[in-house]
Design a protein around this ligand. Structure first.
Ligand code: ZN
Length: 360
């Protein structure tokens, strides 16, 4: 009778070993091929050796997993092997004491598999997370070289720079063309916007901000020169434009260009911001001629110039199609007024007029 039990236990043991090994191989294969298999083998060796901290950790994990597996009855990790292990363990233990060693090994192997499975799952999750993050943050890599040379510090104060400025907009049919050219050549400019136009052409203002351009204040309705308004009316013109720019483009202007460049002490005091006029007047509003605008800029500008144009006229956009590339080719950095001031070490003061900021 005892021999029959031993024989039954032996047969059951053989079946369990084959089943467990098969399931174990499946888990290993699903968990990442050769690497996971190598890790599993290493973990088995380590668990047996148990000589260093890592091995102790594995053994502790083994014990924890044994408890967890027992509590679950059928392992969530390797159902077939664990189930067979528990069936086999019960049968063998009730049959003969010699089956204890088998049951113990079976649990031990199941625990190692559980540990390795969890490690493999963590590795897979980690890789997936990394891949996910990579795909979220990955940006298309342009094969084109930037037209405006990339500098460690932009703008480079040691190199010449020009501040192109555009008044009276935004007006998307023209503003967007100028922005496209600036974007193409990595240039910046300053757009002195009229407040009551911002809502209608907010996309252009937002695009300008996104392109690194600066939004300046050119009054709210552009009806009168500020010199002809009361202090309260001047403040209202500036304030309303600030609100509109901040609301529709998230960019409250810090600079003001007065209508027609007209200033007096009352305006300077009432505006409460730095005032920016120009050193090069293209008269684009008058000529409406691209060739004329180009000739007034190219060959005439020098470092620190502030160029006046208006983003209302297609002829001005036509001129910029040439002016922007040509200035960049000539070595000028195209910057905003604030970038120009910063590069020249100038702190722009409220109520002060600036027209050119050349290198001293
Ligand atoms: Zn104007």
């Amino acid at each position: 009778m005892l021999k029959k039990y031993k024989l039954a236990a032996a047969i059951l043991a053989a079946v369990l070993i084959v089943t467990t090994t098969f399931s174990y191989a499946q888990v290993t294969e699903q968990s990442g091929g050769a690497d996971a298999a190598a890790e599993t083998a290493a973990a088995q060796t380590s668990a047996q050796a148990g000589t260093d901290g890592e091995n102790n950790q594995i053994k502790q994990q083994e014990q924890t997993n044994q408890t967890n597996a027992a509590a679950e009855g059928v392992s969530r990790v390797c159902p077939r092997s664990s189930y067979m292990c528990f069936v086999g363990m019960s049968a063998a233990m009730s049959a003969h004491m010699s089956s204890r060693s088998f049951a113990s090994k079976c649990i031990s192997l199941s625990a190692i598999m559980l540990l390795q499975k969890e490690k493999a799952q963590k590795k897979t999750e980690s890789e997936a997370q990394q891949n996910g993050q990579t795909s979220q943050t990955a940006q298309p890599v342009s094969t084109e070289e930037p037209k405006q040379p990339a500098a460690a510090v932009f703008p480079d104060p040691s190199k010449p720079m020009i501040a192109l400025t555009f008044d009276d907009g935004p007006y998307s049919p023209v503003t967007d063309r100028i922005l496209a050219k600036l974007e193409e050549y990595g240039g910046h400019a300053t757009f002195f916007v009229v407040g009551n136009r911002i809502k209608t052409y907010s996309s252009s203002v937002q695009r300008a901000v996104a392109a690194g351009c600066q939004i300046g204040n050119h009054t709210y309705d552009h009806k009168n020169q500020l010199t002809k308004l009361s202090v309260d009316a001047i403040k209202d013109q500036i304030h309303q434009t600030d609100i509109a720019a901040a609301y529709y483009a998230g960019a409250a202007p810090v600079l003001v260009r007065p209508v027609g460049g007209a200033l007096n002490d009352t305006v300077k005091a009432a505006v409460g911001k730095p005032l920016i006029n120009w050193s090069v007047d293209t008269l684009d509003w008058k000529s409406r001629n691209a060739e004329s605008v180009k000739s007034r800029v190219l060959g005439h500008v020098s470092d620190g110039d502030i160029v006046l144009m208006h983003d209302l006229y297609p002829s001005t956009a036509d001129a910029c199609d040439t002016i922007i590339p040509e200035l960049v080719k000539s070595g000028y950095q195209l910057v905003t007024v604030s970038e120009l001031a910063a590069a020249r070490g100038i702190t722009l003061e409220n109520g002060t007029l600036y027209t050119k900021m050349a290198k001293q």
